[in-house]
Design a protein around this ligand. Structure first.
Ligand SMILES: Nc1ncnc2c1ncn2[C@@H]1O[C@H](COP(=O)(O)OP(=O)(O)O)[C@@H](O)[C@H]1O
Ligand SMILES: CC(=O)OP(=O)(O)O
Ligand SMILES: [Mg+2]
Length: 404
């Protein structure tokens, strides 16, 4: 019998999300187990594991690093008879955040691929190291199994040079491979297709603005199924205001902090990646908490929200102009899928562009793609839940399941 299961690992800077998926099962049954390890490296790490046919199990305690996290995940899977030693496992699919210019497709991992992911650490310092540990640990546990890397950058490689190049000295930029790469591509690709489907049209027939608003956040302009611009750049720091990242700022802020503030490059890196964005503005990076505080009249939370929305609105306007014609704006990821107030505020005042949100539709919660614009709107506004893990599993299986 062919092996039909794929284990997907999405290793973040301090977390690992995972799913064991059976590619041949019906939609509602295919997730055999899902889980999340949080706060890796802290005193209060937590593993939450939910097998399809059983309740959620939660373990707390110190999980020192990503290697330990993955071994704990393997042990949880084994408790449900879904261990990594199973002959039903066809492959392990890894989300890899930065693939540079080298990878435009899902790729079976060998030593050369590993070396390239390692070389790209300086341009994805929060993400690629965690991705590498995930790959190495998984390889050690199942050396015989194909491991596939699915890159966040891949979907964005279609961007024209006019969008991908910074206005930097060309030789310097080329020598250091400095350009806009873009991230969250697996999500932008999945959501683009799902949005076209929601509209009842082919992906090649629609122009979309996709807003992936999670802890990290990015916007993309998608013309006829291909990315033509995106808000993240050389690294996942550029663009929208995020949970802990600043997004866009004047690059001179950095020299100023060095020369006048006496900060080192590493200190500024930490400041911009981990202590800025929503958490830097108001002390919270969780949008739920910010909405609650704002509802109670907290001024700092209100300002953080306003700055977040202002930036989002600027990108909607910019990508509207880039595309010339927009069929739909799609909101996705933790904030985009859940925060009705964010969606309403982001399109408020854009009626002249044909954009509006119907309050009743916007208030509906659910896991399915849905329209939230009023009937007959010129531009559809939609909530389209992302599914990076399913997309990674599909791409992984397509690559290795051929002779399986
Ligand atoms: N009900 C909700 N209302 C508002 N924001 C929410 C809600 N649920 C989750 N979020 C936001 O989603 C964020 C996480 O999104 P997610 O896409 O899971 O991010 P990541 O993959 O980067 O960890 C949280 O930081 C939180 O702010
Ligand atoms: C690339 C990126 O920002 O990813 P995440 O949102 O998972 O941090
Ligand atoms: Mg995410």
């Amino acid at each position: 019998m062919a092996a039909t299961r794929v284990l997907v690992l999405n290793s973040g800077s301090s977390s690992v999300k995972y799913q064991l998926i059976d590619m041949r099962e019906a939609r509602g049954r295919r997730r055999l187990a899902v889980g999340l390890v949080e706060r890796i490296g802290e005193q209060t790490s937590r593993l939450r594991h939910t097998p399809r046919d059983g309740g959620t199990r939660e373990t707390t305690g110190v999980i020192a690093d990503h290697d330990a996290a993955l071994k704990a995940v393997a042990a949880e899977l084994a408790r449900d008879g879904l261990g990594l030693d199973s002959p039903d496992l066809a492959a392990i699919g890894h989300r890899v955040v930065h693939g540079g210019m080298s990878f435009t497709e899902p790729t079976v991992i060998d030593d050369t691929v590993l070396a390239e992911i390692e070389r790209l650490i300086p341009v994805a310092p929060l993400h690629n190291p965690a991705n590498l540990i995930g790959i190495r640990t998984a390889r050690a546990l199942r050396p015989d199994l194909p491991q596939v890397a699915v890159f966040d950058t891949a979907f964005h490689t279609t961007m024209p040079e006019s969008a991908a190049r910074y206005a930097l000295d060309t030789e310097t930029a080329d020598a250091h491979r400095i350009r806009r790469y873009g991230f969250h591509g697996t999500s932008h690709a999945y959501v683009s297709r799902a949005t076209a489907q929601l509209l009842g049209r082919a992906p090649e027939d629609v122009n979309l603005i996709v807003l992936h608003l999670g802890n990290g956040a990015s916007a993309s302009a998608v013309r006829a199924g291909r990315c033509v611009d995106t808000s993240m750049g050389l690294t996942p720091l550029e663009g929208l205001v995020m949970g802990t990242r600043s997004g866009d700022l004047d690059p001179a802020v950095i020299f100023h902090l060095m020369r006048v503030g006496g900060m080192s490059a590493d200190e500024i890196d930490t400041l911009l990646n981990k202590k800025s964005g929503l958490i830097g503005l108001c002390g919270d990076n969780d949008m739920r908490e910010i909405l609650r505080r704002r509802g109670e009249g907290d001024e700092r939370a209100k300002l953080a929200f306003d700055i977040y929305i202002h930036r989002l609105k600027k990108y909607i306007g910019a990508y509207y102009a880039v595309l010339g014609h927009v069929d739909a704006v799609a909101f996705t990821a933790g904030v985009g899928e859940n925060a009705a107030e964010v969606r309403a505020a982001a399109v408020a005042g854009l009626e002249e562009l044909g954009l509006a949100v119907d309050a009743g539709r916007n208030a509906v919660r659910g896991d399915e793609p849905r329209l939230i614009s009023p009937e007959g709107s010129r531009v559809a506004v939609a909530v389209v839940p992302t599914d990076e893990e399913w997309e990674i599993a599909t791409q992984t299986y397509a690559l290795v399941g051929k002779d399986g």
